[in-house]
Design a protein around this ligand. Sequence first.
Ligand code: IPM
Ligand code: MN
Length: 358
Amino acid sequence: MSKKLKLAVIAGDGTGPEVTREALKVLRAAGNRADFAPDIVDYDLGGDRYLKTGEILPASVLTELRAFDAIFLGAIGHPEVPPGILEKGLLLTLRFELDQYINLRPVQLYPGVETPLAGKGPADINFVVVRENTEDLYCGMGGFLKKGTPDEVATQSAIYTRKGCERCIRWAFEFTRKRNNPKGKMLTLVAKTNVLTFGHDLWYRTFQDVAREYPDVKADYNHVDACCMWMVKNPEYYDVIVTTNMFGDIITDLGAMIQGGMGVAAGGNINPDPGGTSMYEPMGGSAPKYTGQGVINPIAAISAMAMLLEHSGFPESGRQVLEAVQQVTGKKMKSQAAGRMGYSTSQVGDLVSEALQA
Ligand code: IPM
Ligand code: MN
């Protein structure tokens, strides 16, 4: 065994453990093929632990997590925990504390996967969203005045910093250059400069400044509302999109739908700085109504594992896993919808693992 991969696993809530099991199965198969051994530590975090102990993310656990090469997160969200508690206390805290300032979300239609967009296929739906992941409306700044009265006031501030947008924009230019799209390298800034004339003006000016360092990449701009329109009408227009945290959240759910649904879409929360710890997750959430039935689609989780490998020093294995996934969606699975795949959750994991051996 040559290289090591120190991996923390937070299987989490609902269907999280089921899809995580398959992603780890595929990781082991990839390790066998490429002769590396993942060194895995499980962390019991999520809704059940919170309900039992009141703990969400103990400080000692956060310290331990910093020492890993990467984190795999299954799902967070529990029907008995009010909205916001686990999201803020675990997911957003990890993104912020580990300074995972890139949220990388590929929008790729795999072979054999149905898209709701008429007449579009895998050649048309293949772009990547680079979402800033540590600022904007997600910073949690705001408050109430006269709460619960007819005169109530609520504020929620969006924070944008030069440093925060510049590091994200620069990473996105580098990524676009490396992706080297044969159709032409293009990075589209998606924002709302016609209304958010302060915060998004900063983003726009920074984008123009950084663009000068990348003359080989076309620097393009779309307002976010127009972007939603183009994603549905002409998704083939896009190569790479860079955008703010909240807009990135919204357009990537639209992206997930055009690539075949929440069972397929994966994301990476990346800290690309030296020694940074990144976290990879399927986008589907904890899906309580499907929990424990073995019907949930693990393809998003397996794709998240492919991203993890790609960005954690095993790019060849990452590519092999993604290829294996595409063989299984293209040649085996009936549908990407939970319960209609033609296979159980664990059978899909087996199929991808088998395709990897080939
Ligand atoms: C996502 C999710 C999170 C977000 C929620 C769960 C806080 O929607 O990863 O896109 O808004 O970032
Ligand atoms: Mn989201």
